[in-house]
Design a protein around this ligand. Sequence first.
Ligand code: GLA
Length: 724
Amino acid sequence: MTEILLTEKLLHLRNDHVSYVIGILEGGVPAHLYFGKRLEGMNPASLLRHYDLRADGAWQPHNCALDHTPHEYPSHGLGDLREGALTVRAADGTRSADLRFVSAEVVEGKPGIPGLPATFGDNGRTLLVHLKDECIGLEATLSYTLFDDVAGVVRHASLRNVSGSDLVIERAYSLCLEMPDSRYDLITLSGAWSREREMFRRPLVMGEQGVSSLKGATSLHASNMLFLCRPETTEAQGEAIGAALVYSGNFKASVHVDPARNCRVFLGLNDVDFSWTLNPGATFDTPEAVTVYSDAGLDGMSAQFHRVCAEHLVRGKYAKAPRPILLNNWEATYFGFNEEKLLKIARTAADVGVELFVLDDGWFGKRDDDTTSLGDWFVDTAKLPNGMKHLTDQVHAMGLKFGLWFEPEMVSPKSKLYEAHPDWAIHIPGREPVQQRQQLTLDMSREDVQDYVYDCVARHLREDGIDYVKWDMNRNFSNIGSALLPAERQKELPHRYMLGLYRVLERLVNEFPEVLFESCSSGGGRFDMGMLYYMPQTWTSDNTDALCRCQIQYSTSLVFPPFAMGSHVSAVPNHQTGRITPIETRGNVAMSGCFGYELDLNTLSADDLEKVRQQIARVKKLRQTLLYGDFHRLLSPYEGNDTAWITVSPDKCEAVFMLTRALAKSGTYPPLVRLRGLDAEKVYTVAETGESYTGSELMNLGLCVRLPWGDAASVSLTLTARAE
Ligand code: GLA
């Protein structure tokens, strides 16, 4: 149960798992005192003495003591000389805010945030801390929610202009977390196209470190999250803290270590391309940040993030429902298809048990390659002479659902849309537009553009019997300018873009609750908690090579559960790496997510096609566990040749274990893998071998697994125990 204990000087939020404590210091300074394992009491004396001694040791005059105080929402330039979470330009041009405590209130549950994706849930409480800077006329409300079932806190800040003139917010992070020591390793996820979210772990050093994006999206290159763990922390044990932003645009995630070894963590909107003019009476909400704590290793930390995603973020019909097994035609045909070719692929797919046929890029305008037509969302009758509805009817008649690809936020310079509305693209007048993939970005900050995008997608959903949408976004921001925004508000464009996109998505998911949406951005370039609020699954990577996917899915699971990750079996040689891997391996890795195929099944041998039929039958039987069970990482592809993970049903009666070895090596032994998440007392039978072991044997002694011969060898085993 969440409780919020308020005294004059202490605001203590706690549930069964964690405590979060704010202290109100002399003069109403809101200080951060603690975040971690639940505390039974809270006497801040020794912590404050620790900070006082630092201030003394630094020989600072008294009013600079703020420089040695742990703050909840600091602003730089008055007593605190470090980087702050908030910078506000007042009417006189000065840029120092100083928020002091006014009052605190508790509300049941979790209020939403207007226009932004946010966690929700009734099983928790929210503390609202009201602050004010009397000098410049700025009010702030810091909001902190604890859900009963999560070892973590969700927070954001709301800023109000109560002065008589404009205030300009130049920086407003979502999260500032101060910790009294810096003996941590920092883990961040960075990558590129087709190798998203590689894990980087290094000790914190003096100064600033972290990751960021200015690309207009979370990006392929960095993820909007960071993790801190003790140097001795492993997957299975030790302390870990993780923070992730519920947002999909530019961000900054950084840790600052100061000479006193104090550690200040920031996460929020990247201020390089951000500012916000707040008129008198107006309010600005930052995106939300989720922070979790675990003393059971990185795997324990991920369990908290997975619970947030499953119970407090994903909405709608598919939040907990089996996801249809799909076949996507992209790698099967690329742009070269016609109705007959598609129906032939769909027919074989239906025959082996696929449930959803997805038509990817190339069905609209004159799009025979990626040089034209984005924005012209009208069926290309050269490829589909009978129209879209005719195609979907035939696919439906085979017993398949029908899905369609869109890239609605984009426009090709060669398109009817661009001819009619060149101003609708993000651009800087007088400058040559920089193209990526021969396309430009539509200015989603404009309402007319938002309405056009909504209409294009909604029309097809209404008229053509579409059951699934793949919502793609394949380029980054450049020439960042909007034709409608006044000069002093141009820096608002990146955030206004996101608000515009969220507005369109909110409309669509509410109006079409039956449709399954999958987010995509050149693969996993917008894999974040913001998108997950609207779309329950994300295409994890354009890289479908099973061995690369072991790494990508392993590190993606630091925050996201299997049900969030689109993962498909594709053809060999693989189109991204040229590697040949067995169909079993491709299936085993892909079934640890939203399972599907990305190839023409007609090209497979009879033997492989039979294996596909068996894979599909097995996934249908196990998918509730595979998608919604508790996921545990066991062996890391970042540390060795083997990847292993297990997904365990909530009642612990069913589990699916996967082990994949990258390279065959002679003279090595089959690994003995210690499993996790089972019931120690239960007896599990391994369906594939007939052997039985207790959960305690499997978790402490381990399971010895014989792998097939050759490179990229893999097994997937089903463990079942009798329910009590
Ligand atoms: C992006 C996506 C792919 C595919 C292509 C189509 O690269 O990530 O899956 O949809 O676009 O152009």
